[in-house]
Ligand binder design. Structure first.
Ligand code: NDP
Length: 259
């Protein structure tokens, strides 16, 4: 019989309706956690919730645009109305656009800052009391792009926000430790998700061929990851097995950053 290491835990997962966030939601539910998915598109949320209904856990959804900072407090309140106590917050919703530095205008930078950094910061702040009451934990989904760049992927705007997430992870871990709240991050390598597919779709035919050749050479494990390759690490970091781990940024990247 499988050990349910997240049984009786309640997890809020931003961007939980698709990609890495959905993979994490599924793995959490498999391990006994109740899950609340936050994303914009209600149809996608309902589809994700329907899949998760197969597990014997509570599944909730909330439609919200986290990049709209004027409503982030309201979003947090809606979450607390669903669950006044929270054990796990996964800050996963994020945006990645690859734009040359010279062409990155303020709107493009703000697109990344608002969702990846500010929404993460203030959602965590507004939910902190609910996490503290449970001696809970925060898991930020960062990226290797905070410190490792790739040819043909100009990433100043994106990388800046992921570097901020890494620093936020460590600085909040330092401050929150005394309150019994752990804060960690996962830095995934390239994961086969709608976000990555959309970026590949924007490349020329030649660019696509180069990209797939590059993947084979730069990944020691020889392939990109799937969401399921990330979710095991998320389950571990969110569980009591990781009770003395805080401020860690765990590379889950097929060995990319050894290179
Ligand atoms: P996807 O685009 O595949 O999924 C994003 C999820 O976030 C969806 O559920 C989406 O739902 C939701 N979302 C997007 N924008 C908002 C918003 N404004 N408000 C609320 N929810 C939103 O992304 P990935 O799974 O690829 O990426 C998830 C995280 O992992 C990101 O932080 C990304 O930077 C990071 N990452 C991804 C890598 C990869 O290779 N895929 C590699 C390293 C890190 P909806 O559109 O309905 O709102």
């Amino acid at each position: 019989e499988k050990r349910m290491i997240l049984k009786n835990k309640r997890a809020v997962i931003t961007g939980g309706s698709d990609g890495i966030g959905f993979g994490i939601a599924k793995a959490f539910a498999e391990n006994g956690a109740d899950v609340l998915l936050v994303a914009r598109n209600e149809t996608k949320l309902a589809e994700a919730a329907a899949v998760l209904a197969a597990f014997e856990v509570e599944v909730k959804t909330l439609s919200a645009d986290l990049s709209d900072l004027s409503t982030i407090q309201k979003t947090a309140q809606s979450i607390l109305e669903i669950w006044p106590a929270i054990d796990i917050l996964v800050n996963n919703a994020g945006i990645a656009r690859f734009i040359p530095f010279a062409e990155t205008d303020e709107a493009a930078l703000d697109l990344h800052l608002n969702l990846n950094v500010k929404a993460t910061y203030f959602l965590t702040q507004h939910l902190f009391g609910a996490l503290e009451a449970q001696k809970g934990c925060v898991l930020n989904i960062s990226s290797y792009f905070s410190h490792r760049m790739l040819p043909g992927r100009p990433s100043t705007a994106y990388s800046l926000t992921k570097g901020a997430m890494d620093a936020f992870t460590k600085s909040l871990a330092y401050e929150a430790g005394a309150k019994g709240v752990r804060v960690n991050a996962i830095a995934p390598g390239t994961i086969n998700t709608p976000l990555v597919q959309a970026n590949i779709d924007r490349l020329s035919e030649e660019g696509k061929a180069k990209f797939s050749e590059m993947i084979k050479t730069i990944y020691p494990l020889g392939r990109v990851g799937e969401s399921e390759d990330v979710s095991g690490a998320a389950v571990f970091l969110a569980s009591d097995a990781a009770r003395w781990i805080t401020g860690a940024i765990l590379a889950v990247d097929g060995g990319l950053t050894t290179n």
